[in-house]
Ligand binder design. Structure first.
Ligand SMILES: CC(C)(COP(=O)(O)OP(=O)(O)OC[C@H]1O[C@@H](n2cnc3c(N)ncnc32)[C@H](O)[C@@H]1OP(=O)(O)O)[C@@H](O)C(=O)NCCC(=O)NCCS
Length: 170
């Protein structure tokens, strides 16, 4: 097993992180208007969605965020963003591996997401991670000129077999 990276601390996101997360994400996105709003984060936290931040262990500065919504036997990745200074160094992949581990624990065999066709970095990330496109939502996202479609992508998470129920149950 790989040793934890002591440069970072991963912890649940709170309302107190929202301003820093939005500032980070607006820099990270291809277009600042693609970043999540204060309301998006606030309502996700209120709804109890799984939201984690990765912070610099020395300064506490937010380096990345990931938000997902649990379904019965699936998980919906709602957002992921990495500080521009850390792009291309595997941080998004690391956060996704935490999401898959959690999905395995919850016995959620599928991870779903939506992505803008114009978001080449995110599409490459998801394709490298084994997500496959399974649909298109027409005009899903607001865009600088009109609306932009969403590509719907899905990835299977391998689940270990359930252990036998103990005899004592009958
Ligand atoms: C998409 C994003 C999260 C990727 O984060 P990252 O930490 O740079 O990604 P990683 O370093 O883990 O890279 C993962 C894979 O994606 C590829 N990738 C990442 N950025 C890329 C880019 N700009 N162009 C092409 N490929 C890219 C990498 O090559 C890598 O594949 P590899 O390991 O096989 O080489 C980051 O660009 C970001 O924060 N974007 C703004 C927010 C956003 O668009 N989120 C997605 C919402 S759907």
């Amino acid at each position: 097993m790989r040793a934890p990276d002591t440069r970072f601390i991963d912890r649940p996101m709170t309302d107190a992180d929202i301003a820093a997360v939005i500032a980070m994400e607006r820099q990270a996105c291809l277009h600042p208007s693609h970043a999540w709003s204060d309301d998006n984060y606030r309502s996700s936290l209120r709804a109890g969605y799984w939201a984690r931040v990765r912070c610099d262990a020395d300064t506490g500065r937010v380096c990345a965020v990931i938000v997902a919504m649990d379904g019965v036997d699936e998980v919906h990745l709602l957002n992921i963003a990495v500080d521009q200074a850390w792009h291309g160094q595997g941080m998004a992949r690391q956060l996704l591996s935490v999401l898959y581990a959690r999905s395995t624990q919850r016995r959620a065999a599928l991870v779903w997401l939506e992505v803008r066709p114009s978001n080449a970095p995110a599409r490459t990330l998801y394709e490298r991670e084994g997500f496959v496109q399974v649909g298109v939502r027409k005009g899903y996202y607001p865009a600088p000129e009109g609306r932009e479609d969403a590509l719907v992508m899905r990835r299977e998470v391998a689940l270990p077999p359930l252990t036998e129920a103990p005899d004592a149950l009958d």
